[in-house]
Design a protein around this ligand. Structure first.
Ligand SMILES: Cc1cc2nc3c(=O)[nH]c(=O)nc-3n(C[C@H](O)[C@H](O)[C@H](O)COP(=O)(O)OP(=O)(O)OC[C@H]3O[C@@H](n4cnc5c(N)ncnc54)[C@H](O)[C@@H]3O)c2cc1C
Length: 489
């Protein structure tokens, strides 16, 4: 079994060079996931000088760990949007997601991209009586929005289900093959791309933004924040207090691709199939706020047991992923704090394959000065009705409780014997003792917002329960938002 995403299987890419000089550009895109690469793609035919930087390798962030569904039947997102806004907004949201699926499909057809794109049906289901009313509500929403759909009891496979809503003409694809194909097209069209180039600061200087990397400066007229969880924004000030949700994923070999995708409406169980040389089932579950979901060993055990009992005994890959959640269940796409030259695309509520593609189109249209009919819907400056989006308080509470708990708890009961947190020279340190008995000592405090880090025994990393930064056992940051290491000299 590989502790890695199925999508990285057999993917070989030559690392692009990192930035080695100061540069000036019209548009700087920070981050090369589905959001950044789609934005670059839709700017490739303009006269603008466009640069994209990624702190790691393009496509290897959250977008490499998704389940790769392209659908508008997204658990109970439509119900939530109806509660937070109204049926008209739900209608526009569905339309926007269908439009995003078409954008991806058109790119695949126009550029002959081989990325296992497959049209199939989507289900939202439940095996619990108490949630059937939620699905009946979804049924009514779809009727009001004139969306062709069906009600059934079972999924096309033997899997616990009592009630399901089904729509046709949605899709699945191989997210990494798609992103890397867009990357190649962008490179051919003259977009400048640098890998292993991390933005560590962003400041305004006259008409330009100055983005600092470790050794260089980039002067840019316009900046697009496509880095998933923006690295320099203070969470409380980040539009609509967001939080991260973490889920665990596994994939294994099956006899046949059953040509559907499904997700439960609560207590997430997500299923899809994928055909390469062999047929695979992909399952995601155990979705909870990041801070409540840090015991990877236990969670993987539970996940693998569920997959073996219900889907396949032949598991080949397992991994985890997290995504940025918003209290009104709508993504955040557009001008950041109404700044005409600063853009953001994030907050996809685990539906970033459609919403990230859409973000690329919306942001590129805004940069080109073109109208985009969905821009107003996801505007980061939109007003959220706090009384309706009751979750907003929970979201705030979630972040604060996670922070406080991280401060109170140091050594978790699930830590292996060779891991401990203790004070050394007045500093709270995380200590990992390797097989040779060598101590690897790092600071236990995340440089981003000062949360205490939790050891991840599966990957042997120190992970932040608040905002998702990750560090290796020697303190090197391997995932933001932190841009600094936790090594102790
Ligand atoms: C378990 C799970 C399953 C999912 N399945 C689906 C699905 O089936 N369908 C769907 O639509 N969505 C799905 N999603 C959601 C989807 O994966 C994400 O919403 C999407 O990948 C986010 O894309 P992104 O471009 O914003 O971020 P990323 O893909 O993470 O890209 C951000 C990039 O920015 C770079 N970066 C970060 N900081 C810096 C910095 N300081 N300087 C330079 N570069 C930086 C990173 O290296 C990274 O490459 C799922 C999410 C989860 C958790």
């Amino acid at each position: 079994m590989n502790n890695n995403s199925l999508w990285l299987k057999g993917i070989k890419t030559k690392l692009l060079s990192s930035l080695k000089e100061d540069i000036t550009t019209d548009v700087l895109i920070i981050g090369g996931g589905i959001t950044g690469i789609s934005t670059a793609f839709y700017l490739k035919d303009t006269k603008l000088n466009v640069t994209l930087i990624d702190s790691d390798k393009i496509g290897y962030g959250a977008s490499s760990k998704t389940t790769g569904k392209l659908t508008y039947l997204q658990e109970l997102i439509l119900n939530k949007i109806k509660t937070n806004y109204n049926i008209k907004t739900v209608e526009q949201y569905i339309e926007s997601q269908k439009y995003a699926i078409d954008l991806v499909k058109d790119n695949i057809l126009n550029y002959n991209i081989k990325c296992n794109f497959e049209t199939n049906s989507s289900y939202v289901f439940t095996d619990q009586n108490k949630y059937i009313s939620k699905l009946k509500e979804l049924n009514n929403i779809l009727i009001k929005c004139k969306i062709d759909h069906k009600i059934c009891t079972n999924l096309p496979i033997k899997y616990p289900s009592k009630y399901a809503v089904k729509v046709n003409n949605t899709a699945v694809f191989h997210p990494i093959k798609y992103i890397l194909a867009l990357k190649d097209i962008c490179l051919e069209k003259g977009i400048h791309m640098y890998e292993k180039t991390k933005a560590i600061n962003l400041e305004k200087e006259d008409e330009y933004y100055i983005v600092k990397t470790k050794s260089n400066k980039i002067r840019a007229k316009k900046v697009v924040l496509a880095c998933h969880y923006p690295f320099f924004l203070i969470p409380g000030l980040f539009p609509f207090k967001t939080y991260l949700e973490k889920s665990y994923v596994a994939s294994g070999i099956v006899n046949k691709n059953k040509m559907f995708n499904a997700i439960s409406c609560k207590d997430i169980h997500s299923i899809r199939y994928h055909s390469d040389a062999k047929d695979y089932v992909i399952y995601a579950g155990l979705s909870r706020p990041l801070g409540q979901n840090m015991n990877n060993e236990k969670n993987f055990d539970e996940l693998l047991w569920h997959v073996r009992s219900n889907l396949t005994k032949d598991i080949k890959y397992y991994w985890f992923n997290y995504d940025v959640m918003t209290p009104d269940s709508m993504p955040i796409i557009g001008h950041y704090q109404s700044d005409p030259n600063l853009f953001i695309g994030t907050g996809y509520n685990t539906w970033g394959m459609t919403n990230g593609s859409l973000a690329g189109k919306i942001i590129s249209d805004l940069i080109k000065g073109k109208e985009n009919k969905y821009a107003h819907l996801f505007n980061p400056s939109r007003k959220v009705n706090i009384m309706k989006a009751v979750n907003i308080l929970n979201y705030d509470l979630n972040s604060s409780v996670t922070y406080v708990l991280s401060k109170l708890k140091t050594n978790y009961s699930f830590y292996p014997k060779n891991v401990k947190v203790e004070m050394r020279n007045g500093k709270k340190c995380g200590i990992y003792i390797d097989e040779e008995g060598c101590e690897h000592v790092v600071s236990n405090i995340c440089p981003h917002m000062k949360c205490n880090l939790v050891f991840n025994a599966v990957d042997k990393t120190w992970d932040c329960p608040c905002h998702g930064s990750r560090f290796d056992i020697d303190g090197k940051v391997i995932k933001g938002p932190s841009v600094y290491n936790i090594s102790i000299k």
